[in-house]
Ligand binder design. Structure first.
Ligand SMILES: [Zn+2]
Length: 455
């Protein structure tokens, strides 16, 4: 039987994970992500899906991040109505992420209509909240490690670390086992379990976000303590654009630990992101899926004030007392972080802490690259604040971590596709895999279709 694998996303970039497996007359899509970052990539979200969405039998989601799940409402809008299998943690996080994404798309469309940036009147969103709700109804939770029978195929979800509910997925066809790594988390992480490899794969798709980098293993807690103490001692505010799901919770957890251990003062900490607040509550409802359930959560996020209303958020920009603000979005592409950046970016006393990877084309990447000014809401804001990027808090394994995960397979997979990375990262991991295992790894091209009998 022929197994065809098509790389409809995350093949020349870190976003838009979509892999279509066609086998025995069935079509299964593994991940259904949005393209994000550069406009040229985001425009791909508007192209027709290469096969009729109604012809796809099922979707398997590795995890809830939008670059893996955020295209689902669009697929549903275009006719997909099959089941979407994912872990319970992923299902719960998708509820907040997909509805929020739909809301942002509606807002974008409204703005385009208002400003006349559109050939359609009114402008149409990529999808709306009704599409997101329709997609959410398709989610079917599966347990980690419990085999899922899919009409001749067998799938298994295994812990990948990374974020709550994140999985690597193995799919067994009659002829071969194909493993999709999803996003691999870090070994010995403070907050998440270790990623677990599968024993066997004939074909492996491995992510390469940090394929060309080794993380700074210096003590993240010590660095965070220094930044917070130093900034607040000079009367400044530490502003942290953080992914609402995962990163925000890790930061709150570490900051609270630093306070309890007396390593920083009792500085006010604000979690200013409704989505991050909702995500924190979901983390609390899945205590077995992470390592933050300290003292039955009495201490985990207790030190932070939740900021829910827009008025309270705006009031925070007026409050000039030393403090820490954790807000979204993580790459400063939108959300409440923008009005905080407008208020805090110019002042030398403040610190902007970028706690992870910043994709090209985002304000976060510009800040990380040392930009002198940043455009926010049409205005250029000069950068006076100290900008610090910390890679220690990344939810992604670095090159060594990816290789360590790969070492866990009983024997190296015969065929390895390196995906989900910028060109240099994917190529560096490809070379490292060749050196470590002797296997010829391949970086596939966008939209490439591979007959797995011929590799
Ligand atoms: Zn992810």
């Amino acid at each position: 039987m022929t197994d065809l694998l098509s790389f409809f996303g995350a093949a020349d970039t870190v976003t838009g994970s979509r892999y279509l497996l066609e086998t025995g007359g069935r079509r299964v899509l593994i991940d259904c992500g949005l393209f994000q970052g550069y406009k040229k990539l985001r425009q791909r979200n508007w192209l027709p899906f290469p096969v009729a969405p109604s012809s796809i039998d099922a979707v398997l989601l590795t995890h809830a991040h939008l670059d893996h799940s955020g295209y689902l409402p669009r697929l549903a809008r275009m006719g997909f109505s099959g089941p979407v299998y994912c872990t319970a943690g992923t299902r719960d996080l998708c509820h907040i992420l997909l509805l929020d994404s739909a809301y942002l798309n509606e807002k974008d469309a409204d703005r385009s209509t208002r400003l006349g940036y559109t050939s359609h009147h009114p402008a149409r969103p990529l999808y709306d909240r009704d599409d997101a709700k329709a997609a959410l109804k398709l989610l079917r939770p599966v347990e980690f490690e419990t085999p899922l029978q899919l009409d001749g195929l067998r799938a298994r979800f295994r812990r990948a670390g990374h974020i709550l509910g994140a999985a690597s997925i193995s799919v067994e066809t009659p002829d071969r086992t194909i493993v999709f790594s999803g996003d691999i988390g870090r070994h010995n992480d403070l907050t998440m379990p270790d990623p677990e490899p599968f024993e066997h794969a004939d074909v492996l798709l491995i992510e390469s976000t940090y394929g060309d980098r080794l993380h700074d293993h210096s003590d993240a807690e010590a660095q965070l303590a220094n930044i917070i103490s130093g900034t607040t001692a000079r009367g400044g505010t530490v502003l942290i654009p953080a992914f609402a799901v995962g990163r925000a919770q890790t930061l709150l957890f570490i900051i609270q630990r630093l306070k309890v251990e007396g390593r920083i003062g009792n500085i006010p900490v604000f979690l200013d992101s409704p989505m991050a607040i909702d995500a924190s509550e979901i983390y609390k409802s899945h205590p077995r899926d992470h390592k933050m359930d300290v003292g039955g959560f009495k201490e985990t996020f207790a030190g932070a004030t939740y900021v829910t209303s827009v008025e309270a958020s705006k009031a925070l920009t007026v409050n000039r007392y030393p403090k820490v603000i954790v807000s979204a979005s993580g790459m400063a592409t939108g959300g409440r972080i923008l009005h905080h950046l407008s208020a805090y970016l110019r002042d030398y006393d403040n610190t902007i802490l970028l706690p992870g990877f910043q994709a090209g084309g985002t304000r976060g990447a510009q800040l990380a690259a040392g930009a002198q000014q940043i455009k926010i809401h049409g205005q250029y804001v000069p950068v006076g604040a100290e900008v610090v990027q910390m890679h220690q808090l990344s939810a992604h394994a670095d090159r060594e971590g990816l290789l360590q995960w790969l070492d866990g397979f009983r024997e190296p997979p015969r065929t390895i596709f390196v995906t989900h990375g910028e060109d240099t990262a994917s190529d560096a991991l490809r070379l490292a895999i060749k050196e470590r295992t002797g296997t010829n790894a391949v970086v596939p091209e966008h939209s490439q279709c591979v007959d797995l009998d011929r590799v």
